[in-house]
Design a protein around this ligand. Structure first.
Ligand code: NAD
Length: 605
């Protein structure tokens, strides 16, 4: 007969434990909440009441329900209070010896039929279980942060966990309104195995001054639709906890260098900069435990606003100082979107394509896209006509002689781009910013094709350009500060966020996104889990808008493979080697939605 969990114990009331207490108490389960000292107990109680008070203030929880919830929780110091609970979930710091000691003690204190569960993120549940005399009743129940909000629970079964224990815990997860994925005992399970390499890489970018914390976080939020950027997430997880997880994953997961904690993380732990819980981590918070970020010495002064805020008077472009006329070269998807973006923002545009036929096609595409805006009520007919009227169509580069900025969006071939930049150098006025939209070529190669590399910058728009709010502003080692400032201000005037980064393969977004996607393919290839469960885990555990396999099918497996190869070639990181399964799927013509089949079959939907 299935177990009936009427009372549970939670050990450790930190970031996770306090949230787990709330999950149970909200769902009518009595909880014995245990800490190591009176002080720690008070801190845990404060996290719980803080969270439930916020829920009441937001109208998500009635006051009476909050009171009933809190009345279900009994607080105690020491494990002895757990003698009669049906299940214990341990959520103490991520140290194997500490957890083993606690499990040995729980084994002694708890009734023989009680299930003992760990919320570990990366340690071996098996190694924890053998500290008890009942390893068949030991299981991993891995909640996600914040536990009351995130829907996913990873249920970790070891080789000795009884089938009935797994089934009962799965049933309990359902009762708590959670979605569970049941997996075996491997470092990082599904979600953390895919998440922490990415987080560590992002910290590495910050440590090496590749980009600012704000820009790294904005890039991943706006470029990938993630609920928070990687550095803000490190602060939420806890920098100390993240360190331990990375360290364990490095040691247990085949010594993948990408999991070796970036030195800055250890330094922050030593300095007490633990994230939200200590009031300071990558960002500074109003007070310990608060989610509210306050400005500190690293907070940028917004220069964008000073240079041009996108407001215009009388239809005149009021963009960044002196920029009125923009040249855009190319006739593909990106060029078409970028022409629309500038024209809609009030700039006079000179579009240069390779002939009247191409120009006519681009004109039609821009018109169709603007018409969609009219149909949706986002744009008036007059504004559409004005935008179209601002575009001048040409097939000769000479017409760029008087523009204030050129955006190049031609084919992704270095020789073609270099030849074009050499011509622009001859034709354009001095001091004009010359921008390339390349997503994979080194911007410095293009810059050096001109006599004015200080004026050359990357403006990496995302597809579809009219919709995506992010632009990566790519500085080479020769780009002047003035050029970067102008480029960033142009982005602001277009209503987009420009993030500044160095001239490395993948810039910020692709360098952080594609290795994660590639890792998901490797996980599938190793038969650790299914594509559906991996997609679920990332969506429900980490709040990603799409799972990795859904995204790969949309992006195109060939595109993903090409980007991954570039990253691997430039950075020589063994962990970046493309997953053989990805190569095989591309060879087989399974490219994703565009070919009808990728990781999933799209012809039958
Ligand atoms: N932080 C996250 O995002 C996250 C997410 C999922 C799982 N986890 C896992 O949850 C566990 C806890 O992590 P956390 O981030 O909540 O840590 P934390 O540092 O915020 O909290 C740990 C708590 O355990 C208490 N504690 C220490 N020794 C104890 C003992 N002997 N008896 C009782 N309590 C004791 C501490 O006082 C502290 O309050 C770790 O295994 C971690 O890997 C963390």
């Amino acid at each position: 007969m299935a177990r009936d969990f009427t009372s549970v114990g939670v050990v450790g009331l930190g970031t996770m434990g306090a949230g787990i207490v709330e999950v149970f108490a909200r769902n009518g389960v009595d909880v014995v909440a245990v800490e190591v000292s009176e002080d720690a107990l008070e801190r845990g109680r404060a996290i719980l009441t803080g969270s439930t008070d916020r829920a009441v203030a937001k109208g998500k929880l009635a006051e009476a329900d909050r009171d009933a919830l809190l009345s279900r929780v009994r607080f105690a110091v020491g494990l002895d209070a757990l003698h009669s609970v049906d299940l214990v979930i341990e959520a103490v710091p991520e140290h194997l010896d500490l957890k083993q000691r606690i499990f040995a003690e729980l084994d002694r204190v708890c009734k023989p039929e009680a299930i003992l569960a760990t919320n570990t993120s990366s340690l071996s549940v098996t190694e924890i279980s053998v500290a008890t005399s009942r390893p068949n009743q030991v299981i991993g129940i891995h909640f996600f942060n914040p536990a009351p909000v995130m829907k996913l629970v990873e249920v970790v079964r070891t080789v000795v966990t009884s089938a009935d224990v797994v089934a009962d815990v799965e049933g309990l997860c359902k009762r708590l309104g959670k979605v569970d994925v049941t997996i075996s005992d491997r470092a990082g399970f599904i979600a953390n195995a895919l998440l922490f390499g990415y987080l560590n890489h992002a910290v590495g970018m910050f440590e090496s001054h590749y980009a600012t914390r704000e820009d790294i976080d904005a890039a991943m939020k706006l470029g990938c639709g993630l609920p928070m950027g990687p550095l803000a997430l490190m602060d939420l997880i806890g920098v100390d906890t993240a360190y331990e997880i990375l360290d364990t994953m490095y040691r247990r997961g085949g010594r993948d260098r990408r999991h070796a904690p970036v030195p800055l993380i250890k330094q922050m732990v030593t300095a007490g900069l633990l994230g939200r819980k200590s009031g300071r981590g990558f960002y500074t918070y109003e007070r310990p435990g608060s989610p509210v970020v306050v400005p500190d010495e690293q907070t940028p002064v917004t220069a964008d606003a000073a240079l041009g805020d996108g407001t215009r008077a009388g239809g005149e472009p009021a963009g960044p100082a002196g920029l009125a006329k923009i040249g855009i070269v190319g006739s593909g998807t990106m060029a078409t979107g970028i022409i629309e973006v500038f024209a809609k923002a009030g700039y006079e545009v000179v579009s240069v394509t390779r002939g009247a036929e191409k120009s006519a096609k681009v004109f039609e595409a821009v018109k169709t896209s603007l018409n969609k805006g009219v149909v949706r009520g986002k744009l008036s007919e007059a504004d559409r006509d004005a935008a179209l009227g601002r575009i001048n169509w040409s097939a000769t580069l000479e017409h760029l002689a008087d523009v204030d900025l050129v955006v190049e969006a031609v084919v992704e071939e270095l020789s073609v781009k270099k030849a074009l930049f050499a011509s622009l150098d001859e034709i354009c006025k001095p001091g004009v910013v010359l921008a390339t939209t390349t997503s994979s070529l080194p911007v410095i190669d293009v810059a050096m094709a001109t006599q004015r590399p200080a004026d050359v910058v990357g403006l990496h728009f995302f597809n579809p350009a009219p919709l995506m709010p992010l632009v990566e502003v790519v500085e080479t080692i020769r780009t002047s500060a003035e050029t970067t400032a102008t480029a960033r201000a142009v982005c602001a005037a277009l209503g987009k966020t420009g993030v500044v980064c160095g001239d490395r393969s993948g810039f910020i977004v692709n360098a952080l996104l594609f290795p994660y996607l590639n890792d998901a393919v490797k996980m599938l290839e190793a038969s650790y889990s299914t594509a559906d469960d991996i997609d679920h885990a990332m969506k429900l555990g980490c709040g990603y808008p799409m799972g990795p396999f859904e995204l790969l099918d949309v992006v195109g497996l060939d595109v993903a493979l090409a980007i991954q190869r570039e990253l691997y070639l430039e950075l020589r990181e063994p962990g970046f080697a493309p997953a053989p399964l990805l190569e095989h799927l591309v060879t087989a013509g399974y490219l994703g939605r565009k070919s009808g089949r990728g990781f999933r079959d799209h012809t039958r939907r």
